[in-house]
Write a protein that binds this ligand. Structure first.
Ligand code: PMV
Length: 317
């Protein structure tokens, strides 16, 4: 028996970083997915196979190991170990991962993979509710990224366009607009954990200034929620640019990102970093009138591709 689940990546339209300090973020899941396929194996091992690498561990050794460069797989081993333990199952599990979400560039691959693996592994025993999947996926992700706000995990699990706050959870934003975005990759590798740490240090050294930026972000989020409901792309594009200014002020932009944004703004409604920054990706807001021109323009200097909102979130296949 195989248990298959898939979960989408995401983009953050507004509010990254500030969401970690009590603000809200606006984000949506995107039509690029990670699929996890789990099945029991006779040997008492957890086996992970993916394009980024494979690993195989004895169940008894999982909690004792130093994972080295397969550290990103640590949450998957814990998810499998916990499920086997909870159900008193005396077998092992093989998990095969297939991904359309490029890793480590701010598109939420680490959260999406945790969501897909939790659903797929537990589906071997009993399908979990989306709420329970999200809870376990956040616990698993916190093994390697303790500070995560949980935004990526919730949007990957529930899908669609939403506001998210650490204290208020998520609220769906209903819009008639099936947003079109172009993602462009700066090709600068980034570590979300490291950038989040740098921003925390920046905040500690600039307490009042950071507070002012949080207030500005808050205003942007309020206006953006309104503009999304009204489907006002011009206003949204301007708000994205304002949000990018704030991200620049907390020093998570880079020269390469600034260049991509400058180019993207020539043809799109607006552009900004998505995710932690310090590299990773930008998003540009477009519609059918300027999508092709934006891709044509950006593809001369970066890997880029269009994405749309995914409304399904976690799917059991
Ligand atoms: O780079 P990503 O996709 O992991 O996004 C990080 C967003 C942050 O706000 C910086 C962190 C978080 O957990 O919300």
């Amino acid at each position: 028996m195989k248990s298959i689940a898939s979960a989408p990546g995401k983009v953050i339209l507004f509010g990254e970083h500030f969401v970690l300090y009590g603000g809200k973020a606006i984000l949506c899941s995107i039509n690029k997915r990670i699929v996890a396929t789990s099945q029991f194996v006779d040997k008492k091992k957890v086996i992970i196979r993916s394009a980024l690498g494979s690993a195989e561990l004895d169940i008894q050794s999982i909690s004792k190991l130093n994972f080295g460069n397969t550290k990103f797989m640590k949450p998957f081993f814990y998810i499998a170990e916990r499920a086997l333990d909870e159900h008193g199952e005396n077998k092992g599990i093989e998990i095969v991962l297939k991904s359309e979400v490029p890793a480590g560039i701010g598109l939420g691959s680490s959260s999406a993979v945790c969501v897909a693996v939790v659903a797929s592994v537990n589906g071997l025993f009993k399908k979990l509710s989306k709420q329970e999947v999200a809870k376990r996926a956040i616990e698993a992700e916190r093994i390697i990224f303790k500070e995560t706000s949980g935004a990526d995990t919730f949007v990957s699990t529930f899908g669609g366009l939403m506001t998210y706050g650490i204290n208020d959870g998520f609220h769906e934003i209903s819009t008639n607009n099936d947003l079109d975005l172009v993602v462009a990759n700066s090709s600068q590798a980034h570590s979300t954990r490291e950038i989040v740490r740098q921003v925390r240090t920046f905040r500690e050294k600039n307490v009042e200034f950071f507070d002012q930026l949080c207030k500005q972000e808050n205003d942007i989020i309020k206006e953006a929620s309104y503009s999304l409901k009204k489907n006002d792309l011009n206003a949204l594009g301007l708000l994205m640019s304002k949000n990018q200014d704030l991200l620049q002020q907390i020093k998570v932009s880079t020269k390469q990102i600034d260049l991509l944004i400058k180019e993207a703004r020539k043809t799109s409604y607006g552009a900004k970093i998505t995710g932690a920054g310090g590299g990773g990706c930008i998003i540009s807001l477009v519609d059918e009138s300027n999508l092709a021109a934006t891709v044509d323009n950006l593809k001369n200097i970066a890997d880029c591709f269009p994405v749309k909102i995914d409304y399904e979130g976690l799917l059991y296949v």
